[in-house]
Structure formats: structure tokens, C-alpha cells
Design a protein around this ligand. Structure first.
Ligand SMILES: NC(=O)c1ccc[n+]([C@@H]2O[C@H](COP(=O)([O-])OP(=O)(O)OC[C@H]3O[C@@H](n4cnc5c(N)ncnc54)[C@H](O)[C@@H]3O)[C@@H](O)[C@H]2O)c1
Length: 358
């Protein structure tokens, strides 16, 4: 088994690199002269990062995945997200916190860095703001410093529709005034601006695309997110907690579409761009709940509670720029994507029942 840090002694001395876990290494290893250059995915154990990593491996890339298994939700669930990756011979996992870890020579030679790591969650961000600043702003700034030092040519960073807040116009273009309505949105906007600042020609020749994802769903969705909560409650014959009157709308984006937008951004003619990545249409929560009833075959009971501070009333992506710059159009219909997530939730429930000792 090969160590993951290029120089673990130095890492240990500096105290930057936390515990590491080794996957097996490809001949030469991603940092050891992969002629085509490797890719780096931060937040690789998360919902979106793990899907992206699987797609990149399927395309033949050598990869270093970085994650700190933060306790925002179960680290065990994050480890389960890596099941298809961990033994792959072109994948290495490096465990560490980007806001403090030593990035060493993980980045030199990388052709693209995909920065997915973040502290997510709009509602929780009203509490421990320091954690959001550390994982979303400080971590991004340290990664940027390391990218510039390593002369990484391209950074694709996960931004969020939450930077818009309650947008004045729908669908919302990238030119719309950004006015986040949650501390989370503020940190995502700050991270986006940092990336653009480091992409200035006077600072680096790094090309940057900040992809503003609109509510992403699909298998492995985070447990705090709406569809996951709705599906789990439906299968458990529990009432579904719904914030607000159900008339709020969202542009829901299937995770495979988000992954495809990232893959397209690897070669697209970007320089320093922010680009909406949406699902193609706005859907009301009431429509979603109907669909949840259909795909689960359960009778839906609703426990309505007031909407929460930080929740935008509507979101909707104008996808013109994504189509022009990336050649991206969403492909997965809500009913199809929701059925895929429902099947995953149902399988997890069955597996959990099987695992309970008699
Ligand atoms: N899920 C969505 O609907 C959505 C919408 C808009 C934007 N985004 C953005 O997409 C990205 C991925 O979101 P997700 O839903 O997959 O979240 P997630 O929590 O499932 O994944 C994020 C991963 O990053 C890791 N991480 C966090 N801070 C870290 C740090 N300092 N160092 C190393 N690893 C760290 C976490 O352990 C986690 O595994 C985030 O940047 C998020 O802000 C998500």
C-alpha cells in the first residue's frame, strides 16, 4: 500500500495532513507522472463529489479525491458513498481538512481541480457561522493558493443558486444581482468571488468556472435535503414536514446532469465565468409531493410548518449561458430522477432492515 501524501514526514512535521487512507495506486500514480495529468475532486465523499468522481474514473482519468468526512451528516454515510471508488486502481483518497491540510504535491500536474467540498445547508448556517466560513471560504482560499502555486490550469468550483437569494426575475440569469438570504449563501458567494479573483490574469493563468447548481437531487442525496426527507417519511408512513405553503418553486437538477455539466466544463472555452446549472423548469413543492406519492405508492400526509429564514421563495435557472459556453442542457425529467432517488432510498431501507440482528 502506498502512502498518499507525497512526503508524509513533512506533512506530519507541519501538522497539516490529517490521517490518510490509501487506495491502491496506479503505476506512477497521479502525482508520479501520469502523462495525461490527473484530476482532483474535493468533497469526494459527498453526494455530488462521489457521483462526479465515478464519472471521471469511467472516462479514464487518474484521480486524487480529498475529503474530511465532516460531521454535518453521518461520516459513515459518506464512506458508503465511496464504495465504487475506494478500490479503483486509478483512485486515491486523501483525508484532510482543506482549511488546514498540507496539499503538498497533490496538485502539481493536475489538469483540472473540481472543488465540491463545502459545509452545505441553508438553515443550519444561522447557527455556527464560523464553521461555514472555515469550510466554504478559508478552505477555498487555501486551495486557490495551492492551485496557483502548482500552476493548475483549470478549476471548476461548485457554487449555488443560493447566491441569488430572492431574485427579482425568473428564470434568473448570471447577471442578476446576487443578494443571498442566508449565511450559507453569503459564504458561497464569497468563495465564488475568491475563485474569480485568483483567475485574474495578473494573478494566474488559471481558468475558472463557478457552476451555480440549482437544488440537486438523486441517489445519495444528503439526508437534510427535501426529496430525501420526503421519500424517507413516505416509506416510513410518517407525515412529511413541509416548510411554508407548498407554493414555493424550485429548479430541481438531477445529479447526473450536474456531473455532465462538470465534465463539459473540463474542455469548454471558459476563462473566469459563473454559469447556472439548472434542471430546466421550476416546479412547486405541491407538485413534488404529488410525485412522491406516485413513485412511492404511499398516501402522503403533510405536517406543515412555517417557512424558515434563509429559504428563497423561488429559484429558476436561465440556462442560456450554460448552453452557449458548455453545450449543456439538462436531460433528466423530474419524474425519472425522483423515481431513481426513491429506488435508492427504498434499497437503503431494505438493507438496514436486513442488517438488524435477529
Ligand atoms: N446539493 C445541492 O443541492 C447543492 C446545491 C448547490 C450547491 N451545492 C454545492 O455542491 C457541493 C457539494 O454539495 P453536496 O450536496 O454534495 O454536499 P455534501 O455535504 O454531501 O458534500 C460535501 C463534502 O465536502 C466535505 N468537506 C466539507 N468541508 C471540507 C473541508 N474543509 N475539507 C475537506 N472536505 C470537506 C464533506 O465531508 C462532504 O463529504 C458543495 O460545494 C455545495 O455547496 C450543492
Amino acid at each position: 500500500m502506498k502512502s498518499l501524501a507525497a512526503d508524509p514526514r513533512e506533512a506530519a512535521r507541519d501538522g497539516f495532513l490529517s490521517d490518510t487512507v490509501a487506495g491502491s495506486s496506479p503505476a506512477g500514480g497521479p502525482t508520479g507522472g501520469n502523462p495525461a495529468g490527473h484530476v482532483v475532486v474535493t468533497g469526494v465523499a459527498g453526494f455530488i463529489g462521489s457521483h462526479l468522481a465515478e464519472a471521471l474514473l469511467a472516462e479514464g482519468h487518474g484521480m486524487i479525491g480529498i475529503d474530511d468526512f465532516t460531521p454535518y451528516y453521518s461520516p459513515g454515510e459518506k464512506r458508503a458513498n465511496l464504495v465504487e471508488l475506494i478500490d479503483h486502481d486509478r483512485f486515491r483518497l486523501v483525508e484532510g481538512d482543506l482549511s488546514t491540510m498540507w496539499l503538498g504535491d497533490l496538485l502539481p500536474g493536475a489538469r483540472v481541480v473540481f472543488h465540491q467540498a463545502a459545509q452545505p445547508g441553508v438553515r443550519a448556517s444561522w447557527g455556527d457561522f464560523e464553521t461555514y466560513v472555515r469550510h466554504n471560504v478559508v478552505a477555498t482560499q487555501r486551495l486557490l493558493e495551492a492551485c496557483v502555486r502548482a500552476e493548475v490550469p483549470r478549476l471548476i468550483v461548485a457554487s449555488s443558486s443560493s447566491v441569488y437569494g430572492d431574485a427579482p426575475v425568473y428564470p434568473t440569469t448570471e447577471q442578476t444581482l446576487t443578494r443571498p438570504v442566508s449565511p450559507y449563501g453569503v459564504t458561497k458567494l464569497a468563495a465564488e468571488h475568491l475563485c474569480l479573483a485568483y483567475a485574474q490574469p495578473s494573478v494566474s493563468s488559471m481558468r475558472v468556472a463557478a457552476l451555480r447548481y440549482f437544488t440537486v437531487y438523486g441517489p445519495r442525496q444528503r439526508p437534510d435535503m427535501g426529496f430525501r426527507r420526503f421519500l424517507e417519511a413516505a416509506y416510513a408512513d410518517q407525515p412529511i414536514t413541509v416548510y411554508g405553503d407548498g407554493e414555493q418553486t424550485r429548479d430541481f437538477t438531477y445529479v447526473a446532469d450536474v456531473v455532465r455539466a462538470n465534465l463539459l466544463a473540463m474542455t469548454a472555452p471558459i476563462r473566469a465565468d459563473v454559469i447556472n446549472v439548472g434542471g430546466g423548469r421550476r416546479v412547486s413543492l405541491k407538485e413534488v409531493l404529488n410525485l412522491v406519492g406516485q413513485v412511492t405508492g404511499r398516501r402522503i400526509r403533510i405536517n406543515g410548518i412555517p417557512s424558515q429564514p434563509g429559504d428563497a421563495r423561488h429559484t429558476g435557472a436561465d440556462g442560456t449561458l450554460a448552453e452557449k459556453l458548455l453545450g449543456f442542457r439538462p436531460e433528466v425529467e423530474l419524474a425519472t430522477g425522483l423515481a431513481a432517488e426513491a429506488a435508492w432510498v427504498a434499497n437503503r431501507r431494505q438493507a438496514a432492515t436486513r442488517d438488524v440482528p435477529a
